[in-house]
Design a protein around this ligand. Structure first.
Ligand SMILES: [Zn+2]
Length: 204
């Protein structure tokens, strides 16, 4: 089995990403020689983490964690809704690129989650498939008495936890890697307000 990138374990990679996020929050970015890095990476990739995050234009993982080419294997879908090809992409990162860390990164004020809260039965092209996947988490948040923006945030948190549980249970590749300690899993949420990423749950 290939060694994880940089020889870091999942917890150490998460610490590195949080350090990068702190630089992002402070507006102090790491300098990089991108042409040189690009050349080095023609030989192959060894990203240090797989990240599932929203397609929202404000939440790009490489920028928020102050990382560069070759650092992160990123899957983006609106609201983090999953289907077989996106799960397969995450599995590829675990099984073939041997990433030691999988990060689920939701965010505040997610439009896909808001849609699931307001129009759980939306039938518009394939957009409905996204909304319907998030809708049960939104319904549970509503049952807990939340309202307004608070309801959207609770629905987001519920859905992120549901995603983590589903990946663990229904992807044998991810579930087995977690069980054997080859993979760590972090559920996190990005604040549009202050730029920080909060850890909601972690399995190291
Ligand atoms: Zn979003």
């Amino acid at each position: 089995m290939a060694q994880p990138a940089l020889g870091l374990n999942g917890k150490e990679v998460w610490q590195r990403l949080m350090e990068g996020n702190l630089r992002f929050v402070q507006g102090v970015f790491r300098g990089r020689n991108l042409p040189e890095l690009r050349q080095t990476l023609t030989k192959g990739q060894r990203p240090m983490a797989a990240v599932l995050c929203c397609s929202d234009s404000r939440v790009g993982a490489e920028i928020i964690f102050d990382q560069s080419l070759g650092d992160l294997f990123v899957v983006r879908t609106a609201g983090l809704a999953l289907e077989p090809t996106s799960i397969g992409s995450l599995e590829y990162a675990v099984a073939h690129l041997h990433v030691p860390l999988l990060v689920l990164k939701g965010h505040e004020s997610c439009g896909a989650v808001s849609a699931a809260v307001q129009h759980p039965d939306l039938d518009e092209g394939h957009i409905g498939a996204i909304v319907r996947q998030i809708a049960p988490a939104a319904a549970r948040a509503r049952e807990s008495g939340r309202e307004g923006p608070d309801l959207v945030e609770a629905a987001t948190d519920n859905f992120l936890q549901l995603l983590a549980d589903n990946l663990r249970r229904h992807s044998s590749i991810i579930g087995q890697a977690l069980e054997e300690g080859r993979l760590a899993l972090v559920v996190s949420k990005y604040s549009l307000q202050n730029g920080g990423v909060a850890t909601l749950a972690a399995t190291f």
